[in-house]
Design a protein around this ligand. Sequence first.
Ligand SMILES: [Zn+2]
Length: 63
Amino acid sequence: MDICSARGCQLPAQWELRWNNPKLHIPERRKVWLACEEHRTSLSDFLTARGFLREVEPHPAET
Ligand SMILES: [Zn+2]
């Protein structure tokens, strides 16, 4: 099971926050943070404040 990227969080990931730092990455590059429902907002706010957030997608459940 994939785990939320927030520090210390052990909850299963439900969202993918796909981001890009234009100072470090080519525009097509995407870094991915995984987030549980609880941390989706705080992690996406962090990325949005820096202008890094590109897409938020549901993280596929394991089959
Ligand atoms: Zn979390």
